[in-house]
Write a protein that binds this ligand. Structure first.
Ligand SMILES: [Cu+2]
Ligand SMILES: [Zn+2]
Length: 183
């Protein structure tokens, strides 16, 4: 091959690679998200309200505004996949667990980053509870513990309370409401 053609091909390839690197870097340096609204849907696909996730300290706080749920104590977790396929929401995968730990704050080998305290639904089926999670961030999505990492995560409400120790799911029963968290 002619030497000058070879040289221009090399130059084109190098420029192409530089462009790709530029794109990757600009998406990584995107501004961190401070607040994110999530719509929660039940197994029938009906909306049961919203959760507002806000940066708080080194983690986040989740402010629920939900209705139409069974009264009593319920588990709340962040799950690994940004997928809420009704009716069982299995598509959301296990608890968000970037540090490869076991489930539960009472588990000596715990806990998952996505584990949170239980919250209470009132007799009229509503809740405006606020629950904190110090182990996850909204961030830019490039942090390993970002709720936007690897395409996002899901916020899940369960039928029962979490016992905070049974691996991998806290014995929290069915998944009854789910909301996708994506950037
Ligand atoms: Cu869960
Ligand atoms: Zn867990």
């Amino acid at each position: 091959m002619n030497r000058s053609i070879t040289r221009s091909l090399l130059l084109a390839a190098t420029l192409g690679a530089l462009c790709l690197t530029g794109v990757a870097q600009s998406s990584k340096s995107a501004k961190p998200v401070k607040k994110q609204a999530v719509e929660l849907k039940d197994a029938k696909g009906n909306s049961v309200g919203t959760a507002t996730i806000k940066s708080s300290g080194n983690g986040v706080e989740v402010k629920l505004n939900v209705k139409g749920l069974p009264p009593g104590e319920h588990a709340l977790h962040f799950h690994q996949n940004a997928k809420c396929d009704a009716p069982d929401f299995k598509s959301a995968g296990p608890h968000f667990n970037p540090e490869k730990k076991e489930h539960g704050t009472l588990n000596p080998n715990g806990h998952h980053a996505g584990d949170m305290a239980n919250f209470t639904v009132q007799a009229n089926g509503t809740s405006k509870a606020t629950v904190k999670d110090a182990e996850v961030v909204l961030g830019t999505g490039s942090e390993s513990n970002s709720l936007f990492a690897n395409g996002g995560t899901a916020l899940m409400i369960h039928a029962k309370a979490d016992d905070m120790k049974t691996d991998p799911s806290g014995n929290a029963g069915d998944r009854i409401a789910c909301g996708v968290i994506t950037k």
